[in-house]
Design a protein around this ligand. Structure first.
Ligand code: GLT
Ligand code: MN
Ligand code: MN
Length: 390
């Protein structure tokens, strides 16, 4: 029975080097775990059954590495990939650790920093593509402010757009097969980060020179930090054909950036997310951008990684059960029943003649208002199902 929860390649489960490699440093305490090398992480991911690994340029190649060191590191990493079958579907740039990015990267108030951020990102894109990445994530963790007295938010938006346009042109010029996925976050490490939600990113993407190359990488915890409904966010992105990648994790709303194991806190929301992804046929990577509790040792880090994937697969199974449950489906059908009597107005758009009829039609407002929806019953059936008594 529990065999069905074993991850397979087609699940496209991935982890970043920075996730299982997280050493447990926080603003109040020193690291609690030793450094695990990228090669060791690849082997660890293979051991727990993941499909892929993602990295920031400097997770793999230290920022001060020489060209020869870079080539040796890449060679060793590729060997680990070949030995294990682990692939690299996504890569990204660290534009937040070094002090040079203290006031942002693409939106820094210092033009020299903005130019350096472009240079660093192009080198990181080359590295990602060299190792097979087809998706390139932009998480603008430092692209924001603590106070807005020092720079203009409109200028920052223009700077960010300029950078993404520039880098799209670089990718086209190189002939790379690479799409960009922008990852919003409302705050942390900056007091406020520009383009804080999936909705704002989608609005921004429409203003780019090559909007077709750019989608989003929504992170569950980031929308939750903003008090938003993550499933609604990914549904909007999906409908716009922009759900290029996804960061799955968990979070107690209104707290710091917790990056908890997927499904460890908000089970119903996690179900909604899995049910949505599986129902629409999402087929891009499923990246767990989370890390183990600071109290974990390395063995427990492996349990953390296994747990993310196992919970996803359990919820995928629950999603199948939900779809096959005749009582649940009958209630949903009842809630969404449509006898077609309104389709002359609700399909086919505006037509002056039909519109005249709509303007004259008598609606029995009170009778309509008296129609209830059995959402309590339906929701309890979901709870029964999730708690395993159904
Ligand atoms: C960082 C952040 C994540 C981003 C990563 C990609 S790094 O850990 O909290 O949400 O996805 O830059
Ligand atoms: Mn996060
Ligand atoms: Mn993330």
């Amino acid at each position: 029975m529990s065999n069905q929860y074993i991850p397979r390649a087609e699940d496209k489960f991935t982890f970043g080097l920075w996730t299982v490699g997280n050493i447990g440093r926080d603003p109040f305490g020193d690291p609690v775990r030793g450094v695990v090398t990228p090669v060791e992480i690849v082997h660890m991911l293979a051991e727990v059954g993941a499909w892929g690994v993602n990295f920031h340029d400097n997770d793999l190649v230290p920022i001060d590495a020489t060209a020869a060191e870079r080539d040796r590191i890449v060679r060793d990493f590729r060997k680990a990939m070949d030995d294990t079958g682990i692939v690299v579907p996504m890569a990204t740039t660290n534009l937040f650790t070094h002090p040079v990015f203290r006031d942002g990267a693409f939106t820094s108030s210092d033009p020299e920093v903005r130019a350096y951020a472009l240079q660093k990102t192009m080198a990181a894109i080359d590295l990602g593509v060299e190792l097979g990445a087809e998706t390139y994530v932009f998480w603008g963790g430092r692209e924001g402010t603590e106070t807005d007295v020092g720079k203009c938010a409109v200028d920052s938006g223009r700077h960010f757009r300029y950078a993404i346009n520039y880098l799209c042109d670089y990718v086209i010029d190189q002939g790379y097969n690479l799409r960009f996925a922008l990852e919003p976050k409302p705050n942390e490490p900056r007091g406020d980060i520009y383009l804080p939600t999936v909705g704002s990113m989608l609005g921004f993407i429409a203003t780019l020179d090559h909007p077709e190359m750019v989608g989003v990488n929504p992170e569950m915890a980031h929308e939750q930090m903003a008090g938003l409904n993550f499933m609604h966010a990914i549904a909007q992105a999906w409908e716009a054909d922009k759900l290029f990648h996804i960061d799955l994790n968990d979070q107690n709303m209104d707290r710091y950036d917790q990056d908890f194991r997927f499904g460890s806190h908000s089970i119903k929301q996690a179900f909604n997310v899995v049910h949505f992804l599986e129902s629409v046929g999402y087929d891009n990577p499923r990246h767990f951008d989370a890390h183990a509790y600071r109290s974990s040792d390395l063995d427990d880090v492996k349990e953390f990684a296994r747990g993310c994937m196992r919970t996803y697969l359990i919820l995928k199974d629950k999603s199948r059960q939900f779809a096959a449950d005749s009582e649940i489906q009958a209630l949903i059908a009842e809630c969404t029943a449509d006898d077609g009597s309104m389709s002359m107005w609700l399909e086919g758009g505006y037509d002056p003649g039909r519109n005249n009829e709509l303007r004259r039609h008598l609606f029995d407002r009170d009778a309509l208002g008296a129609r209830g929806k059995p959402y309590e019953r339906l929701d309890q059936l979901l709870i029964d199902l999730l708690l395993g008594v159904r």
